[in-house]
Design a protein. Sequence first.
Length: 310
Amino acid sequence: MFNHETVLLKESVDGLNIRPDGIYVDCTLGGAGHSSYILSKLTNGGKLFAFDQDETALRYAREKLKGYAEQFTAIKSNFKYLQEELQHLGINRVDGVLYDLGVSSPQLDTPERGFSYHHDAPLDMRMDLEGDLTAYEVVNNWTYEELVRIFFRYGEEKFSKQVARNIEKTREKRPIETTGELVEIIKQSIPAPARRKGGHPAKRIFQAIRIAVNDELKAFESSLKQAIQLLNPGGRICVITFHSLEDRICKQLLKEASSVPDLPPGLPVIPDELKPEMKLITRKPIVPTEEELAVNNRSRSAKLRIAEKR
Ligand SMILES: C[S@@+](CC[C@H](N)C(=O)[O-])C[C@H]1O[C@@H](n2cnc3c(N)ncnc32)[C@H](O)[C@@H]1O
């Protein structure tokens, strides 16, 4: 069973302003919550292409959506290959692209995937099980400097140096094999008063390693740029992010794409080629309602941003 509670479902899919005969892309298929709702709004002429790099999610979603064989195509690929994969299928323009970033609940809740600090399991954290880089490799073989860099940058962890130093000390004696061992090292590295604040003490380091293993930020940035290029006029992008690093990339890129460049003074009208490509639909992100927060804890950090191609 693939139990993933979809976040900001109505807000994001309604945000796509779906044309029943349009072409849409769900970059993060997962449990197909958003995809099912998009498909319910399409007629026979409409198409949905959905990406996931996780074979388990694809298998589940293909079965769930088998009634939509005409309209639905699942693609096993990283969404950083958005343009290339669509081109292979003869698609050069689309009417909407959706991202619901991060990991799904089944990925988090399956101990063997090694994403969770609540279970003791081998250090893995790959969304794509065919990927070469695992959390084991990062934790055991990356240098002290590389670890400090990712813990600061991707985890915004104040005690990055202490954690990296204790990882180094431990692995000099023996390899660090499991999430449980890593959690213990993190707990020992963070002073007790700080450990009691801000949720689970391993949360930020686990986020950092997961982002590094899956190269999440670069993939998203590259994909979002491609999505902007792929859109037809009037087409929309909806992005749901779950932490400040993803949200910053999204906000920045959409802002750049929707801003007028500095113009020479006295120019009476903005020439067409200088007009921004996008228009922001949400100046401030949409966040879950109290009702959603009450039933879905995973939604608490979600932010939805929407922009439209001019
Ligand atoms: C939060 S879940 C999506 C849940 C889905 N919207 C639903 O309602 O069921 C994110 C999914 O995107 C996938 N994913 C994350 N980053 C990806 C990437 N760069 N390329 C392809 N799939 C990715 C993950 O494997 C995961 O299944």
